[in-house]
Design a protein around this ligand. Structure first.
Ligand SMILES: [Zn+2]
Length: 199
């Protein structure tokens, strides 16, 4: 244990996802020991990101406006919606340059162990987007793990009565992992080879 605020800083970093005690200590000491470390820039960004960034009213992606740049882009096809768990998955799919439709960010996946059910996700908002007949296809691109599969199964059953094309990304993605860890080529192929779940 360090004295006072040094330990406070380490503890705060340690609370962040994916950062263990050793990494937390390394980051804290990097900030302490680096001359000219721009602390005010970092502090400003932390405040700004929490006050300025919000979630797109249509798709749930991150944005500084009411709607995100993808939803506002007239060149994107409103006939296809790709459903993902998190905003970071939107970035992963955008990197493949395979997809020219719109997204819908669920804000997580169904996970009974963590107490997350369908009502905790942005599924109601997805159904609202299907109200007019603009959308022809829904691509389910949840993570290739247990929660992602459970969410995909739930969605494909729920979407079946809508009479639209429902597809799921092809297998070949690293099982058990996150969509964002798949390389662009693999993810691009999974997109091209998506299979029909219901029509
Ligand atoms: Zn959007």
């Amino acid at each position: 244990m360090y004295e006072g605020i040094v330990q406070d800083l380490i503890d705060e970093f340690g609370r962040l996802p994916g950062i263990g005690p050793k990494s937390a200590q390394r980051i804290a000491f990097h900030i302490l020991q680096t001359e000219n470390f721009d602390t005010s820039r970092l502090a400003e960004l932390l405040v700004d990101v929490k006050t300025k960034v919000r979630f797109c009213e249509i798709c749930g992606n991150v944005t500084e406006e009411t709607t995100c740049s993808i939803c506002r882009d007239p060149r994107r096809s409103p006939a296809v919606i790709c459903v993902v768990e998190e905003a970071k998955d939107v970035q992963a799919i955008e990197r493949t340059r395979e997809f020219r439709g719109l997204y819908h960010v669920l804000g997580g996946a169904i996970s009974p162990i963590d107490g997350i059910g369908p009502d905790d996700l942005r599924i109601r908002q997805l159904v609202q987007r299907l109200a007019d007949d603009t959308v022809q296809e829904v691509i389910i691109a949840t993570d290739p793990n247990l929660e992602g599969e459970a969410t995909a199964t739930y969605l494909s059953r729920m979407l079946a009565p809508f009479g639209l094309r429902v597809t799921r990304l092809a297998s070949g993605l690293p099982v058990g992992g996150d969509l964002e860890y798949a390389d662009e080529v693999t993810l691009g192929r999974a997109f091209e080879g998506r299979r029909l779940v219901s029509e």
